[in-house]
Design a protein. Structure first.
Ligand SMILES: [Zn+2]
Length: 469
């Protein structure tokens, strides 16, 4: 096969387009135009720097492009390579050696061998480049068809429909009079999926935790769906009681959380805001930094998270610091109701816990344990542990509060680490449980969304009308 040098420049470009479309196809995350431009710009810049550096050393344009592409492939496709080899190993040998410490050196050795082979003879590069161009062109076409084809409509259509519809109008809701302003606890369990998902996809029997909540008077939505599968977008929607909006960027989302309307309404209603979250909100600094959990805000960060760099970085997560923050929040939640005096203003506490967020770092007893980045066993154990911790927290909140409070217990998205066949649904499913002083849940449906839940609470228990967006 003959492939001219000038055309070779298209290969890294085709790779970059493949990488971006592949991410969108796999995760159903739709980036904004700005994110697309920034991400492809960054990837092109990285490719050019690598190419010109190699060109200085090798003095051959084709070979430099070959090695640049191999390098890009290894760097950015590490997670798909790992999953692919892992799946092969599981089928052949039960998967005992599917560990980064085995797969990572193996892929690096393979990439180095291929690069050395390209270096030995100029012709080898031409062969590799021809295969690369065919491969990336084919994969790119496949991805584009998968994204815009019937596939996406059937898989995402339902979810989007539910996501949009669930933030319905609450104009006709009657106000509930309690004679006091209840304390409000908003406890967010990051990555905790819905009861329906836990049963259907994870085959987890979570009845102990669910029954306990129900006995206490909680309502648990069986099949709650979030508008987004990303923390910041999800919370910007929930805390603003607004529905799905594909126009907002990562920066917008942070801004929307910082100036969110739910907290604003509570502050205006005389509430004292206690920020135990990972966000700055209305002048209250965040309680801790969530960067240990690889929460990605935009397309570039997401792609980097899946890359070799992201995987290596995840191995060095400062677990101690992260774990410490979780324990402090749990303690705060336990102490808050007892500390609060009757004469003081009512409180609104937003606690954001990462104890159910992959990569798992705790076992079912809450002891430190390292699971893989995408460990299903780890996720299940953390769900079990969270059930125990949250049960005691809720017990304490309900028994120590002098007047019945409102407790909202929610996830922001699913685990996002499940099997390909169901991940696209699971990643939008969320825990959504609520405790209201009069235990009246007539208006709460089994698939009520997190923003709709807050909107109903605001409409029923806060003085002002909730603007409907
Ligand atoms: Zn999250």
């Amino acid at each position: 096969m003959n492939f001219s040098s000038s055309k070779s420049f298209l290969i890294p470009l085709a790779f970059i387009l493949f990488l971006i479309t592949d991410y969108i196809r796999r995760t159903l995350y739709y980036p904004s135009i700005k994110e697309l431009l920034v991400t492809s710009g960054l990837l092109i810049a990285i490719s050019l720097i690598a190419y010109f550096a190699l060109r200085q050393l090798i003095k051959n344009s084709d070979t430099s492009i070959t090695i640049t592409t191999i390098g890009l492939f290894l760097l950015f496709c590490y997670t798909p390579i790992f999953s692919f080899l892992g799946e092969c190993a599981r089928r052949v040998a039960g998967g005992g050696f599917v560990r980064h410490r085995f797969i990572m050196p193996l892929t690096i050795v393979l990439a180095t061998c291929l690069s050395l082979w390209a270096l030995r003879n100029k012709k080898h590069s031409k062969v590799i480049n021809a295969y690369f161009s065919l491969l990336f062109a084919a994969l790119l076409i496949y991805n584009i068809f998968a994204i815009f084809g019937v596939d996406r409509k059937s898989k995402q259509g339902e979810a989007v429909q539910a996501r949009v519809e669930n933030t319905g109008s609450v104009a006709s809701v009657e106000r509930i009079t309690l004679g006091y302003k209840p304390d409000i606890y908003f406890i967010l369990l990051d990555s905790y999926c819905s009861p329906a998902s836990l049963r259907k996809y994870w085959h987890v029997d979570n009845s102990r935790f669910e029954d306990h909540l129900k006995e206490l008077g909680f309502f648990i939505a069986e099949d709650s769906i979030s508008a987004y599968d990303s923390t910041i977008y999800s919370l910007s929607s929930t805390l603003n009681m607004s529905s799905y909006d594909d126009q907002i960027s990562g920066t917008d989302a942070f801004g929307l959380i910082e100036k969110n309307s739910f907290t604003k309404k509570l502050i205006e209603n005389g509430y004292k805001f206690i920020n135990l979250s990972i966000f700055d909100i209305w002048g209250n600094r965040k309680y801790y930094d969530s960067s240990y959990f690889n929460e990605a805000a935009n397309l570039a960060e997401r792609i980097l998270m899946d890359s070799l760099i992201g995987v290596v970085k995840a191995q060095f997560i400062d677990v101690e610091k992260a774990l410490n923050a979780q324990q402090l929040i749990v303690k705060e939640l336990m102490d808050l109701p007892g500390r609060r005096k009757m004469t003081q203003r009512p409180i609104f506490a937003y606690a954001h816990l990462m104890i159910t967020h992959p990569p798992a770092f705790l076992d079912r007893e809450g002891k430190r344990r390292t699971f893989g980045l995408l460990s299903a066993a780890g996720y299940k154990q953390q769900i079990e542990y969270a059930g125990k911790v949250i049960s005691s927290v809720i017990d304490r909140i309900l028994t120590s509060s002098s007047r019945p409070p409102i407790v909202i217990l929610q996830g922001d998205h699913g685990s996002r680490i499940g099997k390909k066949e169901w991940r696209q649904k699971e990643q939008f499913s969320v825990l959504n449980a609520i405790y209201l002083p009069k235990n009246d849940y007539a208006l709460f449906s089994e698939n009520i969304s997190p923003p709709a839940t807050l909107k109903l609470v605001a409409a029923q228990y806060l003085n002002e009308e909730t603007p409907i967006r």
